[in-house]
Design a protein around this ligand. Structure first.
Ligand SMILES: Nc1ncnc2c1ncn2[C@@H]1O[C@H](COP(=O)(O)OP(=O)(O)OP(=O)(O)O)[C@@H](O)[C@H]1O
Ligand SMILES: [Mg+2]
Length: 242
């Protein structure tokens, strides 16, 4: 069994576990929402602040439901389905999913998306997983009040590549660690598994993309992913279409 087979099996198992877990969360969540509906029915008899906090709880359960629905939709997509995708759109989804994590550390999470970026034929699940891992690492690397920016661009004079860049102004990567960060189980974090980047690397290899990084201690790190422009029929997407 090759390294890639092992990684794929791990991902498949993780996918199954996640989908199973999400289903299990849905049932008790519906029970919570039904009970909140019942309490809301007696809203007029309740003090105003109690009624407001019940409304807040109800909205929060709705948000969790939306999130579960989105994640299940991704999990249902077959593992190797390739479709014409907008990197800008996947970037927006990632930022939406990680907004709360970033804002807890007061980190500014922004994006600079190039207008009229060519669509690429890729697997959405894999792309999302790569960007989630890279942005999570960037957020982890920053102190409170740091900033993380995701950029997409395709140089006009060179129509064979589309680039995706994640930059942070965090702790940077030490000389000693530079050669290890893509290794399986290498982590400098107390709660890390050290699988994030090695999974990114093999998913990107499956899509014929490359990943590189530049880093300066206490200054920040930039990961750059380069995709071959494998869509020659000139499809483009405008920024307003995200
Ligand atoms: N943006 C970054 N800035 C600084 N160090 C980084 C950055 N991204 C990765 N690293 C280093 O590379 C190591 C490996 O990253 P990787 O994503 O593979 O594992 P992890 O984040 O430690 O754990 P997990 O499996 O939960 O992702 C990190 O522990 C960290 O030392
Ligand atoms: Mg990681």
């Amino acid at each position: 069994m090759s390294f890639d087979d092992v990684q794929n099996n791990k991902l498949r198992m993780l996918g199954k576990l996640t989908a199973g877990l999400l289903h299990e969360i849905r049932n008790p969540l519906s029970a919570i929402k039904l009970n909140l509906d019942l309490v809301k029915y007696y809203e007029r008899e309740l003090p105003e602040d109690v009624s407001e906090s019940i409304t807040d709880c109800w909205r929060a359960t709705e948000r969790i439901e939306d999130l579960i629905e989105n994640l299940l939709q991704y999990a249902r997509k077959s593992n190797n389905e390739m479709e014409l995708l907008s990197l800008n759109h996947v970037t927006q989804t990632t930022i939406h999913l990680l907004k709360v994590k970033a804002s807890k550390k007061n980190i500014k999470l922004t994006c600079e998306l190039q207008d009229r970026l060519p669509l690429l034929r890729l697997n959405e699940n894999k792309l999302l997983q790569v960007l989630l891992n890279l942005v999570t690492n960037a957020v982890d690397a920053c102190d409170n009040n740091g900033s993380v920016c995701v950029r997409t661009y395709a140089p006009e004079n060179e129509n064979s590549y589309v680039y995706w860049q994640v930059s942070d102004n965090g702790i940077g990567i030490s000389e000693d660690n530079i050669s290890k960060i893509f290794d399986d189980f290498f982590t400098s974090k107390s709660t890390g598994t050290g699988l994030g980047l090695s999974v990114c690397k093999s998913l990107l290899e499956e899509m014929n993309a490359r990943i590189e990084f530049e880093s300066k201690i206490n200054f920040g790190t930039t990961f750059t992913v380069s995709f071959q422009n494998n869509n020659n029929n000139g499809n483009e997407i405008k920024n307003t279409d995200h």
